[in-house]
Design a protein around this ligand. Structure first.
Ligand code: SF4
Ligand code: SF4
Length: 389
């Protein structure tokens, strides 16, 4: 199959944060030092070469950018300072925009004006919603569930979950189609296998292979264990920071979106209550992880923090502010300050909702799904390629 060449590809990718790929002279040092690169899926040199020749189709089909966990080893040892680790990061942004059929992701990543506008627009919608439709503001006590009944918030949450899942999963499906390649590449099925798997093939691969390997998705989603495979203790610390942010974010997402009727109560739970403890865990995990990353990026304390795209800042700042305002609400409730609680609650949602609506299906959060999904699909593909039916 021929490859369409896009001569402007390198230029177009500058806005995604890919700046230095043109100076790479393809020595392969980066691939040699990368502890996650393998014989079957070598990187990062190969995809950098695709970039240089403008092979957009090949990049779209490449799983490699998602196999990189950005430890920075390759950037530190590149003889040309081509910064291959950051190129892989930029490629992940670019691929996210290619999978996204709405075009929002591309706009978000390539236009700071749109990025700010999208966040402010969603925040304004939330603020206006509360301005016109909030419940009574009782001042004799903190009555958050009178001001914003959790049953109403629950319905809105579930609608939001449905919409976000639709966008995210439809984009993930496009990723699946891109990376699994042509069904004809897999070994042909024997006559008996054809009968056995009749109507149970997806992209030429028997469904039982997808099912038996699904544990890989769960494993990689919850542990991001490939990150830990990057060598040094400093890199393992980076893994821990990632894990804290991811587990904290996932915990609070479940508490707020699925468990709001238990999470948002007017009575203060005893300190040992599991819901309260989970809330404390996610608060600590996100606050520690995001503060560490923000300080690291400000100080450019390590290779992976040297280059920051505006979307990196947007994600970290929104997440940090969401957590901080969540802490303020906790204290105003405990201290019995009704008006402060209601106002901060609205501000809290004006930050949290844009973060969820934009980050989950279109921006940085997508990594949380795409990375384990690729690990899983690569396992499926590997088994399918070696299968003898
Ligand atoms: S990015 Fe650097 S290390 Fe990698 S192939 Fe290019 S020049 Fe060599
Ligand atoms: S940043 Fe680390 S994981 Fe990513 S390609 Fe470079 S060496 Fe490999």
């Amino acid at each position: 199959m021929g490859t369409a060449v896009n001569p402007d590809l390198l230029l177009n990718l500058r806005k995604f944060g890919v700046k230095d790929a043109s100076i790479c002279f393809n020595c392969g040092n980066c691939t040699a030092v990368c502890s996650l690169s393998s014989e079957d899926t070598p990187f990062p040199r190969k995809v950098i070469r695709y970039l240089q020749i403008g092979a957009k189709d090949k990049i779209l089909r490449s799983p490699e950018p998602w196999l990189c966990y950005y430890c920075g080893d390759c950037s530190e040892t590149c003889p040309r300072q081509a910064n291959p680790g950051e190129v892989m990061m930029g490629l992940r942004r670019y691929l996210t925009s290619l999978y996204d059929w709405t075009g929002i992701s591309r706009l978000f990543y390539t236009s700071k004006v749109f990025e700010v506008f999208a966040i402010l627009f969603v925040a304004a919608l939330v603020g206006l919603g509360f301005y016109f439709y909030h419940g009574p503001m009782l001042t004799d006590r903190v009555a958050l569930n009178v001001f914003a009944p959790n049953r109403v918030i629950e319905v809105l949450d579930l609608i939001m979950l449905g919409v976000l899942s639709f966008f995210l999963l439809s984009n993930a499906y496009r990723m699946f189609l891109a990376v699994m390649g042509d069904p004809a590449q897999y070994p042909p099925l024997s006559q008996s296998a054809k009968q056995q798997f009749q109507n149970r093939l997806i992209r030429g691969i028997p469904v039982p292979i997808y099912i038996s390997e699904f544990k890989q998705f769960v494993l990689h989603f919850f542990t991001q264990k490939q990150f830990g495979a990057c060598g040094t203790s400093e890199q393992r610390k980076q893994w821990l920071i990632h894990l804290l942010i991811m587990t904290g974010y996932t915990t609070v997402f479940l508490l707020v979106v699925v468990g709001i009727r238990w999470f948002q109560r007017d009575e203060i739970y005893p300190i040992w209550n599991p819901i309260r403890l989970l809330g404390y865990y996610s608060t600590f995990a996100i606050l520690y992880g995001t503060t560490y990353a923000i300080i690291g990026r400000l100080k450019k304390s390590k290779t992976v923090y040297e280059h920051s795209h505006s979307s990196d800042w947007a994600f970290l700042i929104l997440l940090w502010l969401t957590t901080f305002t969540g802490i303020l609400i906790h204290f105003t409730r405990i201290l019995g300050m009704p008006l402060a609680t209601y106002y901060i609650y609205v501000i809290h949602l004006m930050i949290a909702v844009p973060m969820l609506v934009i980050e989950v299906p279109f921006a940085k959060w997508t990594h949380q799904l795409y990375r384990p999904l690729i690990q899983y699909l690569m396992r499926v593909r590997e088994r399918a390629l070696k299968a003898e039916y």
